[in-house]
Every structure is written in structure tokens, then in C-alpha cells.
Design a protein. Structure first.
Length: 233
């Protein structure tokens, strides 16, 4: 019995990990068009010759955080709010953008994309850099870290996160593993309870009338005794 419970526990933990990864991938792919979107832009201040901004976007099971650094005259000053980044910046975002010293002719951005439920549990990073030439459109250079590019059967392209965010990953895994345990344990628990009510062995269902030990599996009658079906030997 103990060995069975250990196997069931290991199976539930494994399924919990799988469910956590699939939820992060599914929610990340669902919100792929939201990467880089934001409703508010916040100014941090200057770091050397660069001006730094940050923005974030939230949806169900999805959180993206974007940082933008570039010359102070590259056109993001309109509508910029001011707030300490520590109030809105998630713990899983690197803080090097706060002290970045860029050349005056370069714009760089980083978008950290996290997804998962009930907690965001996996993340990837999208980087972009481009030359800043006033009045000229330049081609951005893209880079990706901790992500897997996929194409859906409908021809849609997205990115799946590969880097775990351990606090959220563990919490989500435990939630899914607990749900799995309940699904696997509830039918057996109900079956054993019904056998006890009828005076049968809770493990194999053998009739324990007048017996102290089940001859089939060795379970004692005392452990299998129910409130209605218990009989004195």
C-alpha cells in the first residue's frame, strides 16, 4: 500500500510538471500578439548618455515587461509617466537596464515575457537593437533567449518560454499535482469506504464475516471494519 502511494505521488508530481509547462506554453502562445504592447510608458532617468524607459502589460496568465534605452531625443518623451521601476518591475526581470550606458546613436530594448497559471512559471527574453539616425528608418536586430520558435497548424508563429521561474513553477506544480492526487485517490477512497460499510475487506473486497484477517490480501478485519458492516468474530 505504501509503495502504491509513493508511485501515485511520483506520478502526480510528474503530471504536475507537465501541466505547468503546458499552461505556460499555451498562455504564452495565446498572448503572443501582446508581446511588446503596453498602455503606459514610464521614464526612469538618464544612465550616462542614454534615456531609459520601461512599460509592462498584463493579461490572464501572462505578464510582459519591456525596457527601452536610447538617446534622450529619440521621440518617447510624449505621454511619459514617472514612477520608480521597483514598484512595477517583477522580481524575474534583470536590473542591468537601470545602469546601462549606451552610445548616443543606439536604441535598445528588452522584453521579458512570462506566462503560466496559477502563477507565471516560465519566461523568455526578446532583445532588440537598432541604430538611431534622425529622419531615417533603420532595420532592428532581434535576439531571443530561453525560447523555442513554433509554427501552429494554422500558420501562426509564436515563441514558447523555456526558462523556469522557480517560485511560480513550484507553486503551480504543487497545485496541479494536488488536483491530480484528488482525481486519482477519490475513486479508490470511495470504493474502500463502501466496502467497509458492507463488512468487506477494504483492499480486495473479500467477505470478512467471522474473520480476523483477510485470507486474500492479509488485511486485518479491524482495519477494514465499517460502521454498518462490522461483525464480531
Amino acid at each position: 500500500m505504501r509503495r502504491l502511494r509513493v508511485k501515485r505521488l511520483m506520478l502526480c508530481l510528474l503530471l504536475g510538471v507537465v501541466a505547468t509547462v503546458l499552461s505556460a506554453w499555451g498562455l504564452g502562445f495565446k498572448n503572443r500578439r501582446s508581446v511588446g504592447l503596453y498602455s503606459d510608458l514610464y521614464g526612469v532617468g538618464t544612465a550616462g548618455a542614454a534615456q531609459t524607459y520601461f512599460a509592462h502589460h498584463r493579461a490572464f496568465g501572462f505578464h510582459s515587461f519591456t525596457t527601452i534605452s536610447g538617446p534622450s531625443d529619440f521621440g518617447l518623451d510624449v505621454g511619459v509617466k514617472h514612477a520608480p521601476p521597483e514598484k512595477l518591475m517583477p522580481a524575474w526581470v534583470g536590473e542591468d537596464f537601470l545602469v546601462r550606458d549606451l552610445p548616443v546613436d543606439t536604441i535598445e530594448s528588452e522584453t521579458w515575457v512570462a506566462s503560466g497559471w496559477p502563477r507565471v512559471s516560465m519566461v523568455y527574453l526578446n532583445g532588440m537593437s537598432m541604430d538611431f539616425v534622425p529622419g531615417t528608418v533603420t532595420t532592428p536586430r532581434q535576439s531571443w533567449r530561453w525560447s523555442l520558435k513554433i509554427d501552429s497548424i494554422l500558420g501562426q508563429t509564436g515563441r514558447l518560454p523555456l526558462r523556469p521561474l522557480w517560485p511560480g513553477f513550484l507553486i503551480s506544480t504543487l497545485v496541479y499535482a494536488s488536483a491530480c492526487w484528488l482525481l486519482l485517490a477519490t475513486p479508490g477512497g470511495v470504493r474502500r469506504w463502501r466496502r467497509k460499510q458492507r463488512g468487506l475487506c477494504s483492499l480486495c473486497g473479500y467477505d470478512l464475516s467471522g474473520l480476523e484477517t483477510c485470507p486474500e490480501c492479509g488485511e486485518t478485519a479491524e482495519r477494514s471494519k465499517g460502521t454498518k458492516g462490522a461483525r464480531s468474530p
